[in-house]
Design a protein around this ligand. Structure first.
Ligand SMILES: [Zn+2]
Length: 364
């Protein structure tokens, strides 16, 4: 791979030899999974390297065409990527909704926006470059969950206890399946469209129940449907032009334990304040008119008069959406949609959410 060798050689001019060598091994030898949404802090830890040096290496490698940098809005509750943009300016909505958690999250540079690096397809093609071709669980792991989710490459073994059923439905098709429902809450969530339904299973056991659900691109979230314990015939219809993969998750402490497994990530704040990023991009990437809530960020902003400004704002702007299910207090930022009761529209800590706007990028 002479092109890779030449570009890595160029990276070597900027960073320590050991970092550049580790990066060359990553590009040439890692499995496809290891080159999708690379977490540079995890890369540093795995290779026994410094974090700042590793971040610098990925920034230079991106400039040299080895990687593509992405800005991901991540749900702090479940670790799912709600929106992915090629630039910071692409994240221009006041809030992004996680339909898995029925939670609105406002982009914050130091909390909910993570930076990842994916190998450029011209350097090496990996399966994640064509997400709709990924097997169901690979899509869920690689496209839905973020680089901060401490989950293995192969999800199936660890989710077997909390998944009632999973479906793969081609565009325009229908699928019916019988599912044994037990008392509690089951979340139907499709990581492709980010549509969800919450099935409340309660009351006297019943047989012969049937439930039909259409899944489309409208990003419908959080509707609560009540069913009785017993055998349920579930009819699902794919009203999109993409393959969808709705999964029935059993809301439980075991699910919470999976969703809250985390590792440190490169936040947008850390990227914007990294010397290499500032040297390469001159920090004009930050549009001060953007609707970002920035916590404790001291950022040199290149203005004509050359003065630095300190940007500060309140913390933790996220809240539960109003919905048929009244979700519980979210006081510690933990994921507990199955414990019902309390008020609708509760807030996590504090913060105000203005209306949403259009944005560039893509919902993952
Ligand atoms: Zn979530």
């Amino acid at each position: 791979m002479p092109d890779i060798a030449n570009r890595v050689m160029a990276v070597r001019q900027h960073v320590d030899e050991t970092v550049a060598t580790a990066m060359a091994h990553l590009i040439e030898d890692a499995p496809d999974f290891g080159l999708n949404r690379v977490n540079p802090l995890a890369f540093a830890r795995t290779n026994g390297l410094g974090e700042q040096e590793s971040i610098a290496a990925f920034l230079h490698a991106t400039q040299l065409g080895l990687f593509e940098l992405s800005w991901n809005v991540v749900c702090q509750s479940c670790g799912g990527v709600l929106y992915q943009a090629e630039s910071l300016q692409g994240i221009d909505q006041h809030h992004y909704n996680c339909s898995f958690c029925s939670l609105d999250c406002e982009p914050t540079l130091d909390e909910t926006v993570e930076i990842t690096f994916t190998v450029d397809p011209r350097i090496r093609h990996i399966a994640a470059h064509d997400p709709d071709s990924l097997p169901l669980w690979d899509y869920t792991r690689q496209i839905f969950w973020s680089s901060g989710s401490d989950l293995p490459e192969h999800l199936a073994p660890i989710v077997s206890e909390v998944v009632l059923d999973a479906f793969e439905i081609v565009p325009g098709a229908r699928m019916s399946r019988q599912v044994q429902m037990s008392e509690g809450v089951v979340i139907l969530f499709d990581p492709v469209t980010h549509s969800s339904r919450f099935l409340e299973v309660s009351g006297e056991p019943a047989e012969g129940q049937r439930l039909s659900i259409e899944l489309d691109d409208a990003h419908q979230a959080g509707e609560a449907l009540r069913v009785a314990p017993g055998l349920l015939t579930l009819d699902l219809e794919n009203r999109t032009n993409r393959r969808i993969i709705p999964i029935l998750w059993i809301a439980s402490e075991a699910l919470e334990a999976i969703l809250t497994r985390r590792v440190p990530v490169l936040t947008a704040k850390r990227l914007l304040t990294h010397q290499t990023f500032r040297d390469i991009y001159r920090t004009n990437v930050l549009d001060l008119n953007q609707r970002f809530r920035i916590t404790s960020l001291t950022l040199p902003v290149h203005r004509p008069e050359g003065i630095d400004r300190t940007l500060r704002a309140d913390r933790r702007p996220c809240r539960f959406r109003s919905g048929a299910l009244a979700f519980p207090a979210h006081v510690s930022g933990r994921f507990r949609p199955w414990r019902r009761g309390g008020q609708d529209d509760r807030r996590c800590d504090h913060g105000n959410l203005p209306d949403s706007g259009a944005g560039r990028g893509r919902r993952t």
